[in-house]
Design a protein around this ligand. Structure first.
Ligand SMILES: [Zn+2]
Length: 397
């Protein structure tokens, strides 16, 4: 089913959303349109600390309850874009997916909160307006948003639930040179890591999803460590028998706005809903999922090998690791570079690797760990050999 959905993605992609930090104005338009769809039921289920409405989008009349929420962390919006695509998919009436939609409608009821942490989304911060990390608030429920999520899920009592996040772009799959594109976790609901019925449901579905994403992004799928954290919603909800899967969008090379991962999210979730509706998940093992390596930090965006690190004629040399960093300025994400590490980086991989053994640092330029750069030049015989500006232009298209 995944391939069929993926092949038709352009027919339900919401083309107005082009980047993760899309405007609040567009957000309000989207809500209005979802409200007008006869197949979606949109309601306000509460408000954020600063009074922004928190919406539930509901689809279907079936006995199997599924819930999903995105952007619990305000600056993690890849899945929100995908959910907008999914709502468009579910709103359409007559197309090649009519039967699938009808099946979903009859078999499942889907409850979704897109952009749970709207205050954080506006600031582009992980935390809520009060500075609380909502995913460490599942036990105390100090933030009003966490309380809403808690009560909402308990009311639904889902067979499956999806906790949708973005993770740092530069996680690697174990200690391999591969950038994690998608990470999954069938969270544990207790200290002992018991494979309860709930966790087994999640694990079996995660197994199916693993097989799919491994085909799209070979070697670029990881899982999170399953250490129990009762303050995290994923772990807490697993303990409540909610069949919870954590789905994280990682990095995708130079696709910094993660439009490729958005597409994967949208098609993967629709496939998951399909597998739940016709109970295909029941025949899955969990071995493929379990064989996934865990997320590690093993890569840099750019690694310059044996680079000059001072301006002397015979300069001191070391490896340099440069990473892309995001700044949120006036409603827009601006990308620059951080000089993350200087030294022996031989155990790490660069997504781009450059042998700088013959380079000289241009006069008046200096390297400082932790400093932000948009330009940095190195030369061979006074000719430019490396120009960071080239890469800065590439990441700020
Ligand atoms: Zn997150």
């Amino acid at each position: 089913m995944y391939k069929n959905i993926e092949n038709s993605y352009d027919s339900f992609k919401d083309a107005r959303i082009k980047e993760r930090a899309f405007s609040y104005e567009l957000w309000l338009n989207l809500i209005d349109e979802w409200k007008q769809s006869p197949l979606l039921d949109v309601s306000e289920i509460g408000q954020t600390y600063e009074g922004k409405p928190i919406h539930q989008v509901k689809f279907g009349v079936g006995p199997i309850h599924i819930c999903a929420w995105s952007q619990m962390h305000g600056d993690e919006a890849t899945a929100t874009m995908a959910l907008a695509d999914i709502f468009l998919f579910l709103s359409q009436k007559e197309d090649t997916f009519h039967d699938l939609r009808e099946k979903l409608h009859q078999k499942i009821t889907l409850f979704v909160i897109p952009r749970l942490n709207a205050d954080g989304a506006e600031r582009w911060t992980r935390e809520t307006a009060l500075g609380i990390d909502m995913n460490r608030d599942a036990s105390k429920l100090n933030s009003p948003e966490a309380k809403i999520l808690h009560d909402w899920a308990h009311q639904i009592n889902p067979l499956f639930s999806f906790n949708l996040h973005d993770q740092h772009r530069l996680y690697s799959v174990g200690n391999t040179p591969h950038q994690t594109h998608i990470a999954l976790l069938a969270t544990t609901g207790d200290e002992a890591g018991t494979w309860t019925e709930s966790r087994l449901r999640a694990g079996k579905l995660a197994n199916r999803l693993t097989q799919i994403v491994q085909e799209i992004y070979p070697n670029k799928v990881a899982k999170w460590t399953d250490e129990y954290n009762p303050r995290a919603f994923g772990d807490y909800f697993q303990g409540q028998n909610f069949g919870l899967i954590l789905l994280e969008s990682g990095g995708a090379g130079w696709d910094l706005e993660k439009q490729s991962l958005r597409k994967t999210n949208a098609c993967l979730l629709l496939d998951a809903f399909y597998a739940i509706a016709n109970e295909e998940w029941k025949t899955e093992e969990i071995s493929t999922y379990q064989s996934l390596l865990t997320n590690e930090r093993n890569i840099f965006d750019i690694k310059l090998l044996n680079a000059p690190i001072d301006n002397k004629e015979k300069s001191v040399r070391a490896d340099i690791g440069l990473n892309i960093c995001e700044e949120y300025i006036n409603g827009e994400i601006i990308f620059t570079w951080t000089l993350e590490e200087i030294g022996d980086l031989s155990i790490y991989t660069g997504l781009t690797e450059i042998d700088a053994s013959d380079y000289q640092l241009v006069d008046l330029q200096y390297l400082e760990k932790g400093k932000n750069y948009t330009s940095l030049q190195m030369t061979i015989n006074h000719q430019t050999a490396f120009d960071l500006t080239h890469y800065t232009n590439k990441i700020n298209k």
